[in-house]
Design a protein around this ligand. Structure first.
Ligand SMILES: N[C@@H](CCC(=O)N[C@@H](CS)C(=O)NCC(=O)O)C(=O)O
Length: 206
């Protein structure tokens, strides 16, 4: 059975668990990282030198970087639409996965850490406001795309919706002022109605 090393409240673990549930793949997950620790041991670092979570083990094959794990599982164990059949659609999906990492994730992480993990004394409200402004622009790009498309890569969710989808839950749940982006909200609500998304992504923010 595929094994995932990583705690359930990590957005990067959630990507993998949600995708696996959508494609019907049984996964054994182990709590590693954060309060559980275990990601700084020589044994863990031999598998994943970044010391981050998640790490995937599929037999002897070890992989880290959550987007790579999502692509691997979708290709090896999934099928269309989650792993799009057309190469062009596959790369469109991949493009949105990369776009999330490059444009949204740094600001999303900063807001999350400030609002959820830090004490009010540690929090930097100016930095949070700046990140919310940056992200409002980044999500507006997604909103315009979703005005013309039901999901990020066509008429059904694919692996391309996974990173943005996980982050959209946080964006719509955190105590921040969001611009009105109706297409983004419609897409997020469609994902939020899925049982696998509810089970693996819509967890308390901790
Ligand atoms: N680019 C990596 C980032 C991994 C990452 O930063 N993971 C965080 C959790 S979301 C982590 O390992 N934090 C340290 C910890 O949990 O102990 C990926 O997508 O897998």
């Amino acid at each position: 059975m595929v094994r995932i090393l990583g705690r359930a409240n990590s957005i990067n673990v959630q990507k993998v668990m949600w995708l696996a549930a959508e494609i019907g793949l049984d996964i054994e997950r182990f709590d590693v990282g954060g309060a559980f620790g275990g990601n700084d041991t020589p044994e863990y670092l031999a598998k994943n030198p970044s010391g981050k979570i998640p790490t995937m083990e599929d037999g002897d094959f070890v992989l880290w970087e959550s987007n790579s794990i999502v692509r691997y599982l979708a290709e090896k164990y999934g099928s269309s639409p989650w792993y799009p059949a057309l190469v062009e659609d596959r790369y469109r999906a991949s493009q949105w996965m990369d776009h999330y990492i490059a444009t949204h994730h740094p600001s999303m992480t900063t807001i999350f850490y400030n609002l959820i993990r830090m004490t009010p004394e540690e929090r930097d409200d100016k930095v949070v406001a700046k990140c919310v402004e940056t992200l409002s622009g980044a999500w507006a790009v997604v909103d315009r795309h979703l005005a013309e498309n039901e999901f990020l890569t066509g008429t059904a969710p694919t692996m391309g919706d996974v990173p943005m989808g996980c982050a959209a839950y946080r964006w719509h749940t955190l105590d921040i002022e969001r611009p009105d982006l109706p297409h983004l909200r419609r897409w997020y609500e469609a994902l939020a109605s899925r049982s696998a998304f509810k089970e693996h992504v819509m967890l308390p923010l901790t």
